[in-house]
Ligand binder design. Structure first.
Ligand code: FPP
Length: 252
């Protein structure tokens, strides 16, 4: 029998434990106001602050934000460098606030491509917040879902080289242990702002059973009210994980 590693049925109408967000629409928010695209990213940082606070207050335990994809290097050089600067500023200025709010910061992705100063700031911020447990904030930077599966495969074969000769012993759980977010439950609710309806190589393995919410709101306009709207929509969904509605009713 083929089995999936995604098994548990979360309690209906509960607050999602793990929310994952693609923060899209910063550029269009700015262009509509005749501002440079970079102004939209600066506003986007304020939205990150609002959503981290709101998730903490609502009891969300894991919040994962797609800040910079493996493909975003293709953007104009000045936009990439502004994004790096914003990221560094946020790491320098916001860590005290994360501490106050009991937020533990994780940065996931191929960090080796970032300049050494940024890598150091990331390392320090993760270290300083490592004892916090109220909300786990993961920022995906130079991240891609396909990269994650590849790096997990490489790590698995390095840890267990004998598997190469016995591929039939490989199962989902064994590979999943090496994914970047192996320590977190899979996302319950995915949100993408900005009107596009795509996963864009985000957590492609982990989103297999996630409820997908798309909104036209641009990321700089996103805040507690929009988060509540997404959570209310999520609470109206029936998550079956391959089972029938009857089976779910019998299990309750
Ligand atoms: C997508 O909008 C947004 C990004 C590629 C960057 C997101 C970055 C931030 C919100 C700021 C830094 C983040 C942290 C965690 C401090 P877009 O530029 O693709 O918008 P568009 O589709 O309208 O062009």
């Amino acid at each position: 029998m083929a089995t999936s590693s995604t098994q548990a049925i979360p309690e209906a109408a509960a607050i999602p434990q793990h929310v994952a967000i693609i923060m899209d629409g910063n550029g269009r928010w700015a262009t509509r106001r005749h501002l440079p695209r970079t102004a939209g990213h600066a506003k986007g940082v304020q939205a990150v602050r609002r959503v981290v606070e709101a998730c903490g207050r609502r009891g969300v335990r894991y919040l994962t934000l797609f800040a910079f994809s493996s493909e975003n290097w293709r953007r104009p050089a000045e936009e990439v460098s502004l994004l790096m600067r914003l990221f560094m500023q946020a790491l320098e200025r916001e860590v005290d606030k994360l501490q106050e709010q009991g937020v533990r910061l994780h940065v996931i992705g191929d960090l080796s491509a970032f300049e050494p100063r940024l890598q150091t700031l990331i390392h320090e911020a993760q270290e300083r917040t490592r004892h916090n447990d109220r909300l786990h904030l993961s920022v995906a930077a130079n991240y891609g879902g396909r990269w994650d599966i590849l790096q997990a495969t490489r790590a698995l074969l390095t840890a267990e080289p004998e598997l190469a000769a016995r591929p039939q012993d490989l199962d989902e759980a064994r590979l999943a242990r090496h994914l970047s977010m192996a320590w977190a439950p899979e996302p319950d609710l995915f949100i993408r702002t900005g009107g596009e309806q795509r996963i864009s190589n985000f957590l492609i393995w982990q989103l297999a059973y996630t409820e997908l919410f798309f909104t036209d709101a641009f990321w700089p306009d996103f805040g507690a009210a929009q988060l509540d709207e997404a959570i209310a929509w999520y609470q109206g969904r029936e998550r079956r994980f391959g089972r029938t509605s009857e089976q779910l009713r019998a299990a309750r």
